[in-house]
Design a binder for this molecule. Sequence first.
Ligand code: UT7
Length: 315
Amino acid sequence: MTVPGARIVAFGHYQPARIVTNDELSKLVETNDEWIRDRVGIVTRRIAAPDETVADMAVAAGGKALANSGLSADDIDLVIVATCTPQSPLPNVAAQVAARLQLPAPAAFDLNTACSGFSYGLATAQHAIMAGASRNALVIGSEKLSDWTDWTDRTTCIIFADGAGAAVVTGSENTGDIGPVVWGSDGDKGAAIRVEGRDGYLQQEGQTVFRWATTAVAPIALEACEKAGIKPAELAAFVPHQANLRIIESVAKKIGAPNAVIARDIVESGNTSAASIPLALSKMTERGELPSGAPVLLVGFGGGLTYAGQVIRCP
Ligand code: UT7
């Protein structure tokens, strides 16, 4: 059965126990707390235990979202895990999550658009629900970037971190609970964030990505507002991918959302790629910062290069 729209019912998140400070990193590479705070905005980040996997974190976050949703395992018929850091390509993470949460035979696939992954996953779940191909979906962003980080490279090891966030999505009579997605890619710039070969590490041309993010992302965000019929002044919150606090603040200024709470989870959680948006959303919801029904603008951007954004109504 097709439905007019889809909505988010609940969020959940998981962060590894280990907190790594800037001072700790300054013992590994030539850096310092002041440089990291000034240039990136990160104060602490969470790093997973050696035996903790993307699937473990996805199960923890997904299980919490499911518990918060009031739905049962039997209700979920679609699982999407956005990740670019699975431990291995097979079996996919989504099918592992489905088995471990004892979901009976849902469609289950992984999606890799790096840092825009959650917004891609949310739109895909929305479209599946509206088309009648799914009734209730679990959308998870989970990353263990520490496995793909060169801990001797000061340009990347100070940025990337681990964690997971999740949302349960269901059908809605309203078309605007998850607004139209604006998504796309700029593959010509793909080499700006890359892993070379099977044994490679994450490398990025920081300034190229910085320039792209601070020029290309604001128009995408504004287009998502326009498609949703929401003015930036009406936004209750702006939750962009948590890449760099300077990028977040530059984009926020450009879109001009004077009444919006701006997500700044990067300060305590670092850059967790596909996990960063649902992680921030889940924590903001727990803190009571996002009133039910309030319009929130999401915009993911990064590896590919890819981007995706939409306006959602809070559960
Ligand atoms: O999530 C995926 C998307 N990724 C992004 O959005 C990342 C976008 N890019 C960035 O966030 C920033 O470009 C970085 C945080 C990666 C780098 O900041 P920056 O302000 O662009 O620094 P820079 O690369 O221009 O480097 C400035 C200086 C250089 O030294 P010299 O050549 O001026 O002497 C670097 O070698 O800072 C040096 N540097 C550092 N110094 C202390 C680079 N990394 C560090 C460090 N500590 N960790």
